[in-house]
Design a protein around this ligand. Structure first.
Ligand code: 13P
Length: 339
């Protein structure tokens, strides 16, 4: 393992004003997204949609990396260039989702453990050959009555660290994603407790297993109220709670923290990121984005599977990426939304 190379890649992924586009929806998940716009999910419709995203002119100014699903890493644009080459031409690094999903956790019926460690070292070798520079593994933690259990947090933290070290040994930067779900009517305090316990356990496991913190990124949830809670925390509260939780749990050796959007509307996810960077600095790590839905939702809605809508969809993606770039620097202004 060349620690200096992966540290440089990790830093580059969170260079000033840049963040990550998560476009690694599994075949099942992208199918559900396509259903909302009445598009049938086929290898070719998925390819066409991803081509729209990756060929958006100038998006590389705001996006340093894109997380892909296995199928997409192997696909090509209509002009014959591989998607990997399309991204390189935009100065965007290709990344790969390597977990195989959250599966029922034995002994705790309402919780899951993320699988995908079997054969992972071999898969990393192939992904590196195909051009991937970084990877992602998502653990899912649910808040509920008596949940999360320490057992669930523990097994997921252990698997995240196993993945992260295998990833670094293959020369790729691991994005470590412990997602405490927004689902439920819990308070922001409950989210803070579950997230603090989770992030502590994750960094304990990373330390025990020898993961180089300089060569990784953390992809956490923000500290928010539950999605269906009657009382929703304000933007300023979410920013303050999130920064405090991260300061308590994430060592400064980690170069960057790139948030997931977790079902937040696009504008709100931008506002939250901006409030953290505008009002809580200086911070020991970069705070940026690795949004899926918050970056893609408008683009998907405009596209509707039609060629004639590609330009409008690309404009929506580029604007959202630009606004999040501004938020990563604490310079977002809501009047720029109208552009
Ligand atoms: P969302 O931003 O839609 O939560 O997706 C990010 C992601 O990569 C989830 O694993």
């Amino acid at each position: 393992m060349k620690d200096t190379d992966i540290a440089a890649t990790a830093k580059a992924l969170v260079a000033d004003g840049r963040g990550i586009l998560a476009a690694d929806e599994s075949t099942g998940t992208i199918g559900k997204r396509f259903e909302t716009i009445n598009v049938t999910s086929t290898a070719d419709s998925r390819r066409a949609y991803r081509e729209l995203l990756f060929t958006t002119a100038g998006v590389g100014e705001f996006v340093s990396g894109v997380i892909l699903y296995d199928e997409t890493l192997r696909q090509s644009a209509a002009d014959g260039r591989t998607f990997v080459d399309v991204m390189k031409a935009q100065n965007i690094m290709p990344g790969i989702k390597v977990d195989t999903g959250a599966k029922p956790l034995a002994g705790s019926p309402d919780e899951t453990v993320t699988e995908g460690l079997d054969g992972l070292a071999e898969r990393f070798k192939e992904y590196a050959k195909l051009g991937a520079r970084f990877a992602k593994w998502r653990a899912v933690i649910r808040i509920g009555s008596g949940l999360p259990t320490p057992y669930c947090i523990d097994v997921n933290a252990h698997a995240l660290a196993r993945y992260a070290l295998l990833c670094q040994e293959a020369g790729l930067v691991p994005i470590v994603e412990p997602e405490v779900l927004m689902d439920g009517d819990h308070t922001i305090e409950a989210c803070d407790r579950a997230s603090t316990d989770t992030f502590h356990a994750v960094f304990q496991a990373l330390h025990q297993q020898g993961v180089a913190l300089e060569g990784m990124l953390l992809k956490p949830n923000m500290i928010t109220s539950g999605k269906s809670a009657a009382k929703q925390a304000s933007v300023d509260d979410v920013a303050a709670w999130t920064v405090r939780c991260l300061k308590r749990t994430v060592p400064p050796a980690v170069p960057g923290i790139v948030f997931l959007s977790g079902g937040q509307p696009g504008k709100l996810a931008t506002q939250h990121l901006n409030a953290m960077n505008a009002n809580h600095g200086p911070l020991p790590w970069k705070l940026s984005f690795s949004y899926g839905r918050a970056l893609q939702d408008q683009a998907l809605k405009r596209w509707k599977g039609a060629k004639e809508n590609v330009a409008a969809a690309q404009a929506a993606l580029k604007l959202r990426a630009k606004l999040n770039s501004a938020a990563s620097l604490g310079r977002y202004r809501s009047d720029a939304e109208a552009a």
